[in-house]
Write a protein that binds this ligand. Structure first.
Ligand code: FMN
Length: 489
């Protein structure tokens, strides 16, 4: 265990530690170690639990402060998935900088210590005051800072973190790192680090699709930088829409968790295909038939499987959310393209079909935009059936060992799900009710963040309580890992 700096503790905490140490005939440092060990082993008695718990939190935060990036003396860090992790957040100068404030909160909520570097441009969008208040730490802005550089602070900053996160990552910051520039604190820290770097780009769609940015993105990918987003959607600064919107703070947090996750990897060595989102079936080059699937559940499942160590290939229809971190995503539009992409990914250990694939497409989709001609009436669409991707893979000669389908139904949920299980050659059907009362819109299953599912298999039906889509994803990933244990590679 690293050393604990007792003199940095609050007086009250020091006094408690002194008393306990005297009672037990130990040094204060030894007492602190014993308490941390007891807490880890779950041996703390109920009598002094609050006092001791606070002390332990204090000690834990001081331990982080003594060894790395952390909250200042007296700040109590909560426990969570990122407990004890040290994040160096670099905020670049874009409109999305305001989202970095929420990101700091979300990271700290999960127990991470967050230290922040802001570029000069970032300070035009959000103040160091807000950032400092949320991170509970000094905010670093200057490369040539007489207070911070006496011990080459930029190197220390870049090394004393477990992970560097750049959010928003501007076109400029990407260009600087891709080309090895180091002419301000942010770029110098990025170049000097030996830690993983996660970038959440945010910029105008034209800037994102510019060949120079594409080149820089590719170079950074080759250099080992991980990306989350950008997503498609409306830009904050204009009436433009397209790809370039920064991933939401919770998506960035999920990417951070995935990168720092040192948990068990029961799916290591397993290849899993996941489909997600809707499909768009063209009527003409500008019009299409779609459905309300947001891709949130499928993307969350892909991310959860990756967190358990699987090599995940996600085939996604058109969605406005970011590609999940740690997952290889293939973007398609139509059901036929989705089927082709899935077949090319076989063989696999498991396949999870979450996408809401259109059952039908227009057979006579037009090559040119259909014009409204006076007196001719509306066009008639002749519909033909799309390939059934789940059934195709469920009965394929290279069928994965485990095939999971989703059934979104508005009526007779269980009967339909059970029929689907047999007909499609699936091992599990995850059934959810998307009837109008409970299923559609921001608070419903399609489009919302929560889900209530039943797991239908030959063994019967298991009801899961309502939970977030991330929780459904985590639980399903664990179930898949359990099932795959019995299937030899
Ligand atoms: C109103 C406004 C909004 C901007 N938004 C972005 C943006 O979202 N993404 C981006 O890459 N650059 C954006 N820029 C340009 C950057 O601020 C500019 O390239 C700056 O030099 C970036 O500095 P930095 O990379 O050191 O933070 C914006 C500029 C202005 C004036």
């Amino acid at each position: 265990m690293a050393s604990i700096t007792i003199r940095n503790l609050d007086d009250e905490v020091k006094e408690l530690l002194r008393r306990l140490a005297a009672e037990n005939n130990r040094s204060m440092e030894e007492q602190a170690r014993v308490m941390i060990r007891a807490a880890v082993d779950g041996q703390i008695g109920s009598g002094r639990i609050d006092q001791i718990e606070n002390t332990l939190r204090e000690l834990t935060s001081m331990h982080s402060a003594a060894t790395a990036v952390a909250a200042p003396a007296g700040k109590i860090l909560p426990r969570g998935t990122l407990s004890g992790k040290r994040i160096l957040l670099i905020i670049g100068g874009g409109i999305a900088a305001y989202k970095a404030l929420d990101l700091i909160r979300r990271l700290r909520e999960r127990g991470a210590a967050v230290r922040v570097v802001m570029t000069a441009a970032a300070q035009e969008f959000v103040t160091t005051l807000s950032v400092g208040a949320l991170s509970a730490d000094h905010v670093f802005t200057e490369l040539f800072d007489r207070n911070d550089e006496h011990d080459v602070g930029h190197i220390r900053l870049s090394r004393e973190a477990d992970l560097l996160v750049v959010a928003p990552a501007t076109a400029d910051l990407m260009a600087k790192l891709a080309n090895g520039h180091a002419n301000d604190l942010a770029s110098t820290v990025l170049l000097a680090t030996d830690k993983p770097v996660l970038m959440a780009p945010a910029m105008n769609p034209k800037m994102w699709s510019h060949p120079a940015t594409r080149r820089n993105r590719a170079t950074l990918g080759k250099d080992g930088v991980t990306f989350v987003g950008p997503a498609r959607g409306e830009m904050a600064e204009s009436n433009e829409a397209g790809e370039g919107r920064m991933a939401e703070p919770l998506e960035i947090v999920a990417a951070v968790e995935a990168l720092l996750d040192a948990g068990p990897k029961p799916l290591a060595g397993r290849r899993i295909i996941v489909t997600s989102g809707p499909t768009h079936e063209p009527i003409d080059p500008v019009r299409y038939i779609a459905n309300r699937s947001s891709g949130k559940q499928g993307h969350a499942i892909a991310a959860a499987l990756a967190r358990l160590g699987a090599d995940v290939r996600l085939v996604s229809g058109p969605v406005s959310i970011a590609d999940p971190a740690g997952v290889r995503t293939i973007h398609v539009e139509r059901a036929q393209e989705m089927r082709d992409a899935v077949e090319q990914l076989l063989p696999a250990d498991a396949a999870v079909f979450v996408a809401a694939v259109a059952d039908w497409r227009s057979e006579n989709s037009a090559g040119e935009k259909i014009k409204k001609v006076a007196g001719e009436g509306p066009p008639v669409l002749r519909m033909v059936e799309n390939p059934d991707i789940l059934a195709g893979v469920g009965h394929h000669s290279q069928r994965p060992g485990l095939v999971v389908g989703f059934a979104a139904e508005t009526q007779d949920l269980l009967r339909n799900a059970q029929a689907k299980l047999a007909k499609k050659g699936a091992d599990l059907i995850v059934a959810n009710d998307v009837s109008h009362e409970s299923g559609i819109g921001p608070s419903g299953v399609m489009g919302g963040d929560r889900n209530r599912v039943r797991i239908v298999s030959k063994a019967g039906v298991e009801e899961w309580p309502e939970m977030t889509k991330d929780e459904v994803a985590a639980r399903l990933a664990t179930l898949i890992a359990e099932r795959l244990k019995t299937i030899v590679v």
